[in-house]
Every structure is written in structure tokens, then in C-alpha cells.
Ligand binder design. Structure first.
Ligand SMILES: *Cc1c(COP(=O)(O)O)cnc(C)c1O
Length: 374
């Protein structure tokens, strides 16, 4: 066998044995909650389509109209000729929503984080990140070449003590946190971290991938940089960073994932614009995912959900897979989340709630979990 195949074989066998092998499964999503896999329909609690906007008639129509007017693709990097007129509308909308001077749309949330972090800090600088931040923030931090230190999850004192000990040894300093943690669903102490950043001549970058559109709590002070995605509640695709005009211009010049990658298709931008319109105008819809999550935690008798993401931590990888498999037999699709996505021994079922989940479905799910898994 060729050496590369040998390496692949060894890796895959090992992953399988440890319950860590991953697979891409063809999935036909009918809407935010109904999906078809292997010829069978399931109710999904594993989509990030919090508001059902991926299938909203207006959002779909916006994409079709944009293709007719501007074509299927952007044709070049945004810095060359790929910045079609829809980008301006979307970026102004995001800046307004985030209450900042400016915003930039990138190809995805992942591309934002691996682009802007190396544009902001480098060798001789310090990054301090929450222990549980999303993988793409860590990838961006590592690409930057800055020194990366982590603080205990949501522990402002631990972050402060790192600053006190090490801040003086470095030039610039960037503090990084998720707003809502993607695998735990809890919220970060953004205001306290902002104050800490200001006191220590550091900058705060927040990742609002799971907040935009579903949690309207605004921090008292705007973090220096707020990024997020257009692929979750917004139902389209792409990522953004909202910040001051000058910093945005710096990022337009220096973010390699913006400069050296093709602009997004006009249809995607057009859908995002329409989806943000829905979000601005339908506050009732925006409140539903959290209300559904709260109904679920109440039925289970566990702590109130603080976001539409509810983890049920089972510990062992195999146990999480078995639980996910069991729920599948009852027609529910709930992903088992395992290392390295979450720390060792914290494998879990992760439920995400959408505005479209029906009361009866949540009740039946909670009932089965209480009988079989708790
Ligand atoms: C999903 C996610 C991203 C990546 O966004 P994409 O647009 O899907 O690339 C970044 N950060 C967090 C916290 C996420 O959950």
C-alpha cells in the first residue's frame, strides 16, 4: 500500500476504535426542523437555522432575483472586481445593527477569524482567549504568530491575572471570547471583559455566531471588534466583522482571507440582506428559539436555557453516540458532539432549538430523554 493510504488507514481505524470517527452524511433539509436522511424523515435538533430563514420565501426569492440581475458568481476577489453593489447594502445594514461605523463581509465566519486575527496581531503580541472559544478563533490565533494564552471558561479574574502577569512583556494584546459558546450555549461576560481590555490597553474581539438574530441583549459598550456569521440565524452564508472605520480599512488591506479569495455570489448576499430585514421587523420570531429551548429545559427539570443551544453532557464518547442513535430510532436527529470539538470526557448531545419546532415535538423529545437517558 502506498504510504499515504497507510497513514489514512491507521488514522481512520484508530478514530473508529475511539468513537471519534467523523462522517459526512447526505442530508436533505426540508426546512429548519424536518430533514430526510437515508429515505427517512427526522425532526432535527441539530441545525443552526434558528429562524427557519434558509427556506423563507422572501429570502429564497431574493437569491433568485440577484442571480437574474448580477449572475451566479462574483467573478473575482472583492479587491479586484468582485464587490458587487449588494455588498454595500449588506455592510451598511450590519454596521447599523451592530451600532458601529463600519462592517466588512467575508466569505464565511471561519474566513473572518483566520483573516482578521493575523491582520491585528503578530509576533511579539499577546492573545488571551477563553478556554472554550470556537476552533476558527484558535486557528486564526495560531496563524498570527502571536503568543496565545487561554483562561478558564468565563472566568474574568483568570483573564485579569494573565494580563497582570504578562501584559507588559508584549506589544499589543487581543482578548477573544465567543458571545454565546457554541457547544455549551452559555453567555460570556462581555462587559466585564471589555472593561478589562480598556484598563490594560488591549482589544476585545467577540464572536457572535450564535447570538445574531436570536439574542438581542446588547453589551453596554461595543467590543472593539464584533464578528459573526450569516450562515446560522441569518440563513444564508458569509461572515462579517463590525468595527470602527479606520480598523475596517486596516482589515480590508491586511486580511489575507479577504484579499486572496473570491467574493461571495450575489445571491448569497441578497438572501442575507432580506433575512436581516426579517430579523429587524419580526421580533416575535426572533424570540422563539430561546423560548423553545426554555420550554425544553423546564420539561427536563434542568437549569433554564440561556440561549437556543442546550447541551446534555454524557461524558463518554461511546455513550454520546449511543444516545444519539437511540433518539434517531424515535425520529429525532440530535448530534453527538465529541473531542476535539469539546474537551475530553465531556461528550454530549447538543440540542439547538429553532423558531419552527412544534410544542408537541419538544414535549415528546423531553419525555423520551427522561425515560431513556436521564
Ligand atoms: C459556526 C461558527 C463560526 C464559523 O462561521 P461560518 O460562517 O460557518 O464559517 C465561527 N464561530 C463560531 C462560534 C461558530 O459557531
Amino acid at each position: 500500500m502506498k504510504s499515504l493510504e497507510k497513514i489514512a488507514d491507521k488514522y481512520l481505524l484508530e478514530s473508529e476504535k475511539n468513537g471519534l470517527k467523523r462522517e459526512i452524511v447526505t442530508t436533505n433539509r426540508q426546512d429548519a426542523t424536518r430533514i430526510i436522511r437515508g429515505g427517512r424523515e427526522y425532526i432535527s435538533f441539530s441545525c443552526n437555522d434558528y429562524l427557519g430563514l434558509t427556506h423563507h420565501p422572501k429570502v429564497k426569492r431574493a437569491a433568485i432575483e440577484a442571480i437574474k440581475k448580477y449572475g451566479a458568481g462574483a467573478g473575482a476577489s472583492r479587491l479586484v472586481t468582485g464587490s458587487h453593489p449588494l455588498y454595500d447594502i449588506l455592510e451598511q445594514k450590519i454596521a447599523k445593527l451592530k451600532n458601529t461605523e463600519d462592517a466588512i463581509v467575508f466569505g464565511s465566519g471561519y474566513l473572518v477569524n483566520i483573516g482578521i486575527i493575523p491582520a491585528l496581531v503578530g509576533k511579539g503580541d499577546l492573545i488571551i482567549a477563553d478556554r472554550l472559544v470556537h476552533a476558527c478563533l484558535i486557528d486564526g490565533a495560531q496563524l498570527s504568530g502571536a503568543k496565545l494564552m487561554r483562561f478558564e471558561h468565563n472566568n474574568v479574574e483568570k483573564c485579569a491575572s494573565i494580563l497582570q502577569k504578562y501584559r507588559a512583556e508584549y506589544n499589543n494584546c487581543l482578548i477573544i471570547t465567543d458571545n454565546i459558546f457554541s457547544m455549551d450555549g452559555d453567555a460570556a461576560p462581555v462587559d466585564a471583559l471589555f472593561i478589562l481590555a480598556e484598563q490594560n490597553n488591549a482589544w476585545l474581539l467577540t464572536d457572535d455566531a450564535h447570538g445574531i438574530g436570536v439574542l438581542s441583549d446588547k453589551p453596554r459598550n461595543n467590543p472593539h471588534l464584533q464578528m459573526g456569521t450569516l450562515s446560522k440565524a441569518v440563513g444564508a452564508y458569509g461572515g462579517y466583522v463590525a468595527t470602527s472605520k479606520k480598523v475596517a480599512d486596516l482589515l480590508r488591506n491586511k486580511s489575507r482571507s479577504l484579499v486572496y479569495s473570491t467574493g461571495l455570489p450575489p445571491s448569497v448576499i441578497s438572501s442575507a440582506i432580506e433575512a436581516l430585514d426579517v430579523i429587524e421587523n419580526d421580533k416575535e420570531l426572533c424570540g422563539k428559539p430561546l423560548a423553545n429551548a426554555r420550554y425544553f429545559t423546564k420539561l427536563l427539570g434542568v437549569a433554564d436555557a440561556t440561549s437556543p443551544i442546550v447541551p446534555l453532557i454524557l461524558g463518554d464518547e461511546h455513550k454520546a453516540i449511543a444516545a444519539s442513535q437511540e433518539l434517531k430510532e424515535y425520529g429525532f436527529l440530535v448530534s453527538a458532539i465529541r473531542p476535539p470539538t469539546v474537551p475530553k470526557a465531556t461528550s454530549r448531545l447538543r440540542f439547538t432549538f429553532s423558531a419552527l419546532h412544534k410544542k408537541e415535538d419538544i414535549e415528546r423529545l423531553a419525555q423520551i430523554i427522561k425515560e431513556k437517558l436521564l
